[in-house]
Write a protein that binds this ligand. Structure first.
Ligand SMILES: NC(=O)c1ccc[n+]([C@@H]2O[C@H](COP(=O)([O-])OP(=O)(O)OC[C@H]3O[C@@H](n4cnc5c(N)ncnc54)[C@H](OP(=O)(O)O)[C@@H]3O)[C@@H](O)[C@H]2O)c1
Length: 344
């Protein structure tokens, strides 16, 4: 059978918010598989803030997407043809399937967990839906798990504040922190997300970071200071969290979405001396560093989900590969809610 594949490639590097001219679409026929290859139909593309960083040419934790290259993206799909003994037609997998309708992988490198670019993880859809394998049981959930438990190290009774709290990573951070017996305060951009974090996720409080009196609201919500700040936002929010840091507080530098489209200098924290005064710690996180421990962490989170200790966050699914850019932009305008996926 011949498969036609629509793909999105990077045409130019954006300045500020990405623009349609930065992307190109092409349609190609997939040649017959050679021995050792597998063909995957991409069911869901994971839309992530990091995609904006991959469009830049600057040095990061992984190489930038090259001009003309198919856009990098985590995805979840199903094997539709296989010429490799380790993969059977019908297997569900997650991995870097890219922004395209079909992906061809080499079956040997697909089994190499040291290479995130080619590694495919077989997923059990009887355990959780394919969407959940890209959300709580995928990279966002694992980011929350390793960032909060590994770097934040929260103890029962401590106050954990998380920005991007209604998002893919933030909602799992808050849920795990509740599981560990912490007081959890979320920071989000609108009332609907505040209600969701408090009523559905069980946060103790949630504040609108656009509130001009946010600093005062943080003081009231965290009277004994912030023991763990899980930072998805950067910018002013990081600064104001540092201002409220408790003695021996920990800051998990997970992301800085407020800064990803900036055309000027990145806004760093002025209140960094709070780390000195409070003997605090601020540490960066790259979830891929923990790839060897992914299976153990996924099993533990799957058992939390099964036992009802962890709330499955919202999943927002948009349709059509043509809508890739419009969907990506939703992350930066606050129009995404929970884990954002695209069906190509
Ligand atoms: N270090 C790692 O290994 C790693 C791995 C995965 C993700 N990350 C990072 O984790 C963060 C969250 O990723 P995600 O996939 O879970 O995205 P997400 O939170 O699901 O989506 C982005 C959300 O960020 C909020 N936002 C947008 N602009 C903002 C601003 N200026 N200030 C504060 N909040 C803003 C919006 O919600 P509101 O309506 O609330 O504004 C938006 O819905 C990102 O910074 C990402 O880069 C890091």
């Amino acid at each position: 059978m011949t498969y036609t594949n629509t793909r999105v490639t990077l045409a130019s590097r954006p300045v500020g918010l990405p623009h349609p001219d930065n992307l190109a679409f092409d349609v190609v026929d997939i040649p017959p598989l050679v021995e050792g290859q597998i063909l995957i139909k991409n069911h869901f593309i994971s839309i992530e803030p990091a995609m904006r960083g991959w469009m830049n040419s600057s040095k990061s934790y992984i190489p930038p997407i090259a001009l003309g290259e198919v856009f990098r993206a985590m995805g979840a799909g199903q094997v539709v043809e296989s010429r490799h003994p380790a993969f059977a037609v019908g297997d569900y997998v997650t991995g870097d399937l890219k922004v395209q309708q079909f992906a061809v992988h080499d079956g040997d490198s697909a089994q190499d967990p040291t290479n995130p670019g080619t590694y495919l993880l077989k997923v059990d859809t009887t355990l959780a839906s394919l969407e959940t394998h890209l959300a709580t049981l995928g990279l966002p959930g694992l980011t929350a798990y390793f960032g909060l438990l590994g770097i934040g190290q929260p103890r029962a009774g401590e106050t954990v504040v998380v920005s991007g709290a209604a998002g893919a990573v933030g909602s799992v951070v808050g849920s795990i922190a509740k599981l560990k017996g912490c007081r959890v305060i979320g920071l989000v951009g609108n009332q609907e997300k505040i209600d969701y974090c408090v009523q559905k996720l069980g946060f103790d409080a949630c504040l609108n970071y656009k509130d001009p009196y946010l600093r005062a609201a943080l003081r009231t919500a965290c009277p004994r200071g912030i023991d763990v700040y899980f930072d998805n936002a950067g910018g002013d929010l990081l600064d104001w969290a540092l201002e409220r840091l408790a003695l021996r507080g920990r800051v998990v530098l997970c992301g800085a979405i407020s800064q990803y489209n900036t055309t000027g200098a990145v806004k760093g924290p002025a209140n960094y001396l709070s780390l000195l005064i409070n003997r605090g710690r601020m540490e960066g996180l790259v979830v891929l560093d923990s790839i060897a421990q992914f299976p153990t962490a996924t099993r533990e989170m799957a058992s939390w989900l099964r036992e009802g200790h962890l709330v499955t966050p919202k999943v927002q699914v948009e349709k059509g590969i043509d809508n890739f850019l419009a969907t990506l932009l939703k992350l930066f305008s606050g129009q995404s809610f929970g884990k954002l996926l695209l069906t190509p």
